[in-house]
Design a protein around this ligand. Structure first.
Ligand code: IFM
Length: 442
């Protein structure tokens, strides 16, 4: 069993890069000198995490990283996308924590020894708690602290890193964390969400030239997630609702990068209007070597008398174990529409994947739904490339099952199964198919 793509597909060419992705808090564990982060605090707050779990051990990657790199290498991938834990590598006084830095040096050297390119994200949501205590992303100062962190860690890791991404999914940090409170730090205000999002983008813009200066050989960019918005019906009202939702959840994070402005609905924010200083958009709109795009699903909207839009849960659609509709056409549509709207740099699909209720039986995980999901979504990327989108790589989310944020360990996204009691890893059928697909390309 392997994935099947047309022989003339760009995804079949050896220059197209395939990888697997993870993030620090989700896999590493915290049994070292790392400081507390906002997710430790959130996990310790009752009723925030579905299964009451935390990231203290996670996949114990801190201890098992050499075995994990061997596992990654056994999949035959070209690249591994990981993130750095800010509170592991920086002391509260702003100096580097050498023990934490040494962990990443060892990990990156191990990857290099296996000829695997390192795609490193600087911020995948684990803000040091001491910075949250001073206002977190509501404070403009945090953006400057991020730039200092980017400076120090990029100098320390140097040319071990093939590609740097400043942020992963600022939508999730800003909106889920500060506006609706289902992610850390759990704050709930529209004004907070918009302000935090602005400071996150500012942090990105401040860090970009620093990374470029410190690592001139690396590809430097940002990773954004998109949930394309579709109208429930063809009515003008539903179409407008979908457009407004798209502005609010998707375009909000990409438009400032290229157009130095938020979407038009910014004008309707009223009391939730964030403070933006003169020159901020010039800082944010830095040239990008690449844009990372994360895609999982779409959302459907209808008009609403009281709000700009109302999300609708369609009955009778196929959903993954986390409840997200499987709708691969939205992936092609998204890539093509972004290409039409913005002067995009080369694109890497930095995340795409499927949660399933996997069961390990006789040493195997038969994850047919995930196999189908990857097959359909790889074809969707192929379609977008045929329509002119410059996609250069694809990362499966995730290398292995891990801490799925507010869902704890209850949702499995890995192409490798993790037994959390023994920390045994077993490559699922979707992972074996990924390995075989990559191998036959060569
Ligand atoms: O697990 C997350 C990841 O950390 C960010 N993107 C979405 C994934 C699935 O929810």
């Amino acid at each position: 069993m392997t994935y099947k793509l047309p022989t003339d597909s760009r995804l079949q060419q050896p220059s197209f890069l395939f990888g697997v992705a993870t993030a620090s808090f989700q896999i590493e564990g915290a049994r070292d000198s790392r400081l507390a982060c906002i997710w430790d605090t959130f996990c310790a707050t009752p009723d925030k995490i579905r299964d009451g779990s935390n990231g203290f051990v996670a996949c114990d990657h801190l201890r098992l990283f050499r075995e994990d790199v061997a596992l990654i290498a056994s999949l035959g991938v070209d690249a591994y996308r990981l993130s750095i834990s800010w509170p592991r590598v920086m002391h509260a006084d702003g100096s580097l924590n050498q023990q934490g830095v040494d962990f990443y040096i060892a990990l990156l050297d191990e990857l290099k020894a296996h000829n695997i390119k390192a795609f490193v994200t600087l911020y995948h949501w684990d803000l040091p708690q001491h910075l949250e205590d001073k206002g977190g992303w509501l404070s403009r100062e945090t953006a400057y602290k991020f730039a200092e962190y980017a400076d120090k860690i990029s100098l320390a890791l140097g040319d071990r890193v093939y590609s740097w991404a400043t942020l992963n999914e600022p939508f999730c940090s800003g909106y889920l964390g500060y506006e609706v409170g289902i992610h850390a730090p759990g704050l709930k205000s529209k004004a907070y969400g918009r302000q935090a999002s602005h400071h996150l983008l500012l942090a990105h813009g401040l860090a970009m030239p620093i990374l470029r200066k410190n690592c001139p050989q690396a590809l430097i960019g940002i990773v954004l997630n998109f949930t394309p918005a579709y109208p429930l019906t063809d009515s003008a009202a539903d179409k407008r609702a979908a457009e407004l939702a798209d502005e609010y959840f998707n375009q909000w994070y990409i438009k400032p990068l290229f157009d130095k402005a938020y979407p038009d609905s910014f004008a309707n924010l009223g009391e939730a209007t964030p403070t933006i200083l003169a020159g901020d958009f010039a800082i944010i709109a830095q040239p990008l070597d690449f844009l990372g795009i994360n895609f999982y699903t779409r959302a459907v909207y209808q008009a609403d008398a009281e709000a700009d839009f109302q999300q609708v849960d369609l009955p009778d659609v196929v959903r993954t174990d986390i409840g997200w509709e499987i709708y691969p056409q939205a992936f092609t549509d998204l890539l093509v529409s972004l290409q039409q709207k913005y002067p995009l740099p080369p694109i890497y699909i930095t995340e795409n994947g499927c949660a399933a209720a996997d069961i390990l039986t006789n040493g195997e995980v038969a994850d047919q739904m995930r196999l189908d999901y990857y097959q359909q979504h790889l074809l969707a990327v192929d379609q977008a490339i045929r329509q002119g989108v410059d996609v250069q790589g694809y990362f499966a989310w995730s290398l292995m099952d891990n801490f799925e944020w507010a869902e704890g360990y209850s949702k499995r996204f890995g192409i490798v199964y993790v037994d959390y009691t023994t920390q045994q890893r077993v490559i699922k059928q979707s992972g074996l198919a990924y390995r075989d697909f990559i191998q036959q390309r060569r």
